[in-house]
Design a protein around this ligand. Structure first.
Ligand SMILES: Cc1cc2nc3c(=O)[nH]c(=O)nc-3n(C[C@H](O)[C@H](O)[C@H](O)COP(=O)(O)O)c2cc1C
Length: 311
């Protein structure tokens, strides 16, 4: 019922982890592989291993989460080795997703060159919420720098590539970004990364709740669903149809998943809710989505995918 075609490959269902959650170590990744998730993705890697920020750097909140992890990861080679060992012989059957997030444009290019030269046959996700140059915003909020990077990437990169984007909040920004993305043979766009630099405070202690950056951190979970849906919808209606969408942000229930699909997402990633509930969330959410589809008389996702009605 939930069969999904994405990047010319078949998946049993659209659900996966969001990069950064339950995918740091081989043990985490093996648990995802054994779960009901239709696909899974590795923790965004940098060329070298990183310890990340001091603790506490992640806190569960009633309506979501706040984090400032600082990109802790075991390094590019660790994850490349894992994806090479775990990719399917037939790349049409559920390819594995490999996320990278360089700390500079040069680092992103270096990692993409290594992927291109390897025999990796899966899908690469380039996380564009990475630092650019000091005094400039993260790459994806610097439109010129994003366009320049993608131009360079596609001079040599020929494997399936998606970009992970932060949320945008202005219709003109959707227009500008979509125009840039439409110039390139991208496989997909993944919206959204955490809403950046929120501040959650503990009024009793009169203090912030995470240590890095004086408590400022990325917000995920229920807080961000309306923003995530808007980003999915905005890109679905602006991108050329060859560029598919992964919907990420605030997915906790079958209904949240249904809403992302209705807005035009093809695959769905779960971050905060997976962190809270563990990989068993995939069993629950699959059942919940199927139940909604049964109630509405839908036999496949294609029956309602992208078909959000206007008033
Ligand atoms: C602890 C944590 C670590 C994350 N690390 C990454 C990462 O390495 N790469 C990335 O693209 N997104 C990362 N994210 C963002 C998530 O992939 C996701 O986009 C965001 O949390 C929104 O989804 P949610 O509402 O389901 O949490 C991280 C999020 C959390 C909570």
């Amino acid at each position: 019922m939930l069969n999904t075609t994405f990047a010319n490959a078949k998946f049993a269902n659209p659900f996966m982890n969001a990069s950064g959650v339950h995918c740091m170590t081989i043990e985490d990744l093996e648990e995802l592989k054994a779960s009901q998730a239709g696909a899974y993705i590795t923790k965004s890697s940098t060329l070298e291993k990183r310890e990340g920020n001091p603790l506490p750097r992640y806190v569960d909140l009633e309506l979501g989460s706040i984090n400032s992890m600082g990109l802790p990861n075991l390094g590019f080679d660790y994850y490349l080795d894992y994806v090479l060992k775990n990719q399917k012989e037939n790349a049409q059957e559920g390819p594995i997703f490999f996320s990278i997030a360089g700390m500079s444009v040069a680092e992103n290019i270096a990692m993409l060159k290594k992927i291109q030269e390897s025999y990796f046959s899966g899908i690469t996700e380039l996380n564009l919420s990475c630092p650019n140059v000091p005094g400039k915003p993260q790459l994806a909020y610097d439109f010129e720098a994003t366009e320049k990077l993608l131009k360079e990437v596609f001079t040599f990169f020929t494997k399936p590539l998606g970009v992970k984007l932060p949320p945008y909040f202005d219709l003109v920004h959707f227009d500008i970004m979509a125009e840039i993305l439409n110039q390139f043979p991208l496989t997909y766009v993944n919206s959204v990364n955490s809403i950046g630099n929120g501040l959650f405070i503990d009024p009793e202690a009169e203090s912030v709740v995470i240590k890095p950056k004086d408590g400022f951190g990325g917000i995920g979970g229920a807080y961000i669903k309306p923003t995530a849906l808007a980003n999915v919808r905005a890109f679905y209606t602006r991108l050329k149809p060859e560029i598919q969408i992964i919907g990420t942000g605030g997915i906790e229930t079958g209904q949240d998943a249904f809403e992302h699909l209705l807005c035009g997402a093809t695959m769905l990633q779960i971050g905060t809710a997976l962190h809270k509930e563990g990989p068993a969330i995939f069993d629950r959410i699959i059942k919940e989505l199927e139940e909604i589809m049964n109630q509405k008389g839908y036999q496949s996702i294609a029956d309602f995918h992208g078909k959000l009605k206007s008033l």
